[in-house]
Design a protein around this ligand. Structure first.
Ligand SMILES: [Zn+2]
Length: 256
């Protein structure tokens, strides 16, 4: 296996490789992995930065929006010069400055039931940092259908939560098991109307990158079956167990 990773990569990723949970084999898995970053916002930006720096082989950036001045407070891929530019283009340019071996694909598309199945054929894992229920439900449906692991996070004001939904595992819940009663049209809880603390999304986006790294390498235990809730105002992290829900419209059929 060792001959597949060159001397440059051995040095560049040496701080990963010296971790016994990752080692050369884990770094090779990262270098061979393909990740979709759904939504290049407060969560997607740090997740993409860390996954690129960590040596993920391909990052597919999907977002249809352009950079706005009000994004710059927390969306750390972008600066003043990017205002007005498509987020995926500005984000890809920034990620390419890292010099990591990551191939970055920019996809300025809408994420819905039409576009997602094709996007998922190109990746091994999805990071969902989108900002509305309709898109989150569509991503979840597509991930369950394709058996693609999904790392999902959300943040508003000073609160956030994240989890891992891995439909390759029949004991894993899906996103819809968690949000059974949420209205797909309810976009009331968004950052534009409620605000969000910048370091909170940085932290949660980084935790999402860490979960992705664990799914890809097999290191440790992921948050599959657990929701991690973060209360930024109190500095509190709480874990909640989450199992598959029998009546779930997306994944419930496996219980029949
Ligand atoms: Zn479900």
């Amino acid at each position: 296996m060792r001959e597949r990773i060159g001397d440059d990569a051995l040095l560049r990723f040496s701080r990963h490789i010296m971790l016994p949970e990752i080692d050369v084999a884990g770094q090779e898995k990262l270098l061979a992995s393909k990740v979709l970053i759904a939504g290049l916002g407060g969560l997607g930006c740090p997740a993409a930065l860390y996954l690129a720096a960590a040596g993920v082989g391909e990052l597919h950036l999907a977002d249809r929006d352009e950079v706005e001045v009000s994004n710059l407070q927390r969306q750390i891929l972008f600066g003043d010069a990017d205002v007005g530019a498509p987020k995926v283009n500005a984000g890809a340019a920034r990620l390419n400055t890292l010099g990591a071996p990551t191939r970055v694909m920019a996809k300025a598309c809408v994420l819905d039931d039409n576009s997602l199945p094709d996007l998922l054929t190109q990746v091994d894992l999805v990071i969902d940092g989108t900002d509305n229920f309709a898109t989150r439900f569509a991503i979840n449906r597509a991930c369950v259908e394709a058996r693609t692991p999904l790392v999902s996070g959300a943040a508003i004001r000073f609160e956030a939560q994240l989890s891992v939904f891995d439909s390759r595992d029949p004991t894993s819940p899906c996103y819809s098991c968690l949000y059974a009663d949420a209205d797909a049209d309810d976009e009331a809880l968004n950052c534009a109307e409620n605000g969000v603390a910048a370091p909170l999304v940085g932290m949660v986006g980084s935790l999402m990158a860490l979960e992705a790294m664990k799914v890809i390498t097999g290191a440790g235990d992921t948050l599959k079956g657990t929701v991690l809730h973060v209360d930024g105002l109190r500095g509190e992290f709480r874990r909640f167990a989450l199992g598959p829900r029998q009546g779930c419209v997306v994944c419930g059929s496996r219980f029949k």
